[in-house]
Write a protein that binds this ligand. Structure first.
Ligand code: F6P
Length: 320
């Protein structure tokens, strides 16, 4: 291979820039040139490529977001969009593609590979951490720490006013962020889609705590919880047991910010490994990290197999 391309796709995640940097520099180190694709699959379809040299990725390792920009592309889900994308790669003599993104991006990549046999490697990057085949996804650690810092601040005002707060964190249909952050902030309850939420029981616990002298409480809820979003949960609690609460939705603040060391290192490791997998005939695959080692898995495993929560963490959240 003499030329590869790299893109970021789906929701951005802190550490994507560190990953782009590693892909570019590992490829250049192996005498392969790199094109960056702007706006994910959209740029692939619209032929928006940029040359990426060693210095083009200087000073980005510490930045959140993605210098290549990203998108959720509906056009790439259509055969016509993928045909244009394949034509553009071919006319630019691109021989391999690195896709940095989440499971939606990998599904697109898999179909694309099957149709056009383009050598392709996926790198898991999403704050949700909901991808099977890697202990952590790029961006998750930063998002958890951002949420933790924000909730510590909420704890101050909750304590000052003797209030209950229901705080919603991201994680579409996964409770990874809520679980870790809930343990980290010492939340009174953690509501996640993977376990059944018993609101009556939660209200009872809050009341009991109040009787014992506790004047404020923090409940952390994942946006995908089956009882609804934070506003719905707050109003159900009011209806069920008269508990008044304030609601904070942390939202996209969790997606921004400078990546933690853990995310920068993970991103660098996986960017490097993805290029090696492309150049050493390890494609198609997703590279991930398990027990600190780099692993390679078939792309479909990343969404057909379900990543389980750590059951010890679930126990901690329930009991501490
Ligand atoms: O990519 C992950 C994520 O941040 C989810 O946690 C969230 O549900 C979703 O993306 C929000 O997506 P968007 O920014 O497109 O509204």
């Amino acid at each position: 291979m003499k030329k590869i391309a790299v893109l970021t796709s789906g929701g951005d995640a802190p550490g994507m820039n560190a990953c782009i940097r590693a892909v570019v520099r590992r490829a250049l180190g192996r005498n392969v040139s790199v094109l960056g694709v702007r706006k994910g699959y959209e740029g692939l379809i619209d032929d928006i490529f940029v040359e990426m040299g060693w210095d083009d990725v200087s000073n980005i390792i510490q930045r959140g977001g993605t210098v290549l920009h990203t998108a959720r592309s509906a056009r790439f889900m259509e055969p016509e969009g993928r045909r244009k994308a394949a034509d553009n790669l071919c006319s630019r003599s691109v021989e391999g593609l690195v896709v940095i993104g989440g499971d939606g991006s990998f599904r697109g990549a898999h179909v694309f590979h099957r149709e056009y046999l383009i050598p392709l490697v996926g790198i898991p990057a999403t704050i949700d951490n909901d991808i099977w085949g890697t202990d952590f996804t790029i961006g998750y650690d930063t998002a958890v720490n951002t949420a933790l810092e924000a909730i510590d601040k909420i704890r101050d005002t909750a304590a000052a006013h003797d209030r209950i707060f229901v705080v919603e964190v991201m994680g579409r249909s996964a409770g990874f962020i809520a679980l870790e952050v809930g343990i980290g902030v010492g939340a009174e309850a953690v509501l996640i889609p993977e376990t059944r939420t018993d609101l009556e029981k939660i209200c009872e616990v809050v009341h009991e705590r109040m009787e014992q002298g506790r004047t404020s409480s923090i409940l952390v809820v994942a946006e995908g919880d089956e009882e609804g979003n934070a506003f719905e949960i707050a109003s159900k609690m009011k209806r069920m047991s008269g508990l008044e609460s304030r609601v904070t939705v942390l939202g996209h603040v969790q997606r921004g910010g400078s990546p933690t060391t853990r995310d920068r290192v993970l991103a660098s490791k996986l960017g490097w490994a993805a290029v090696d997998a492309l150049l050493d005939d390890g494609w198609p695959c997703m590279v991930g990290e398990e027990n600190y080692g780099v692993v390679h898995h078939p792309l479909p495993d990343s969404w057909t197999r379900k990543k389980e929560l750590d059951s010890l963490l679930v126990q901690l959240a329930e009991n501490l």
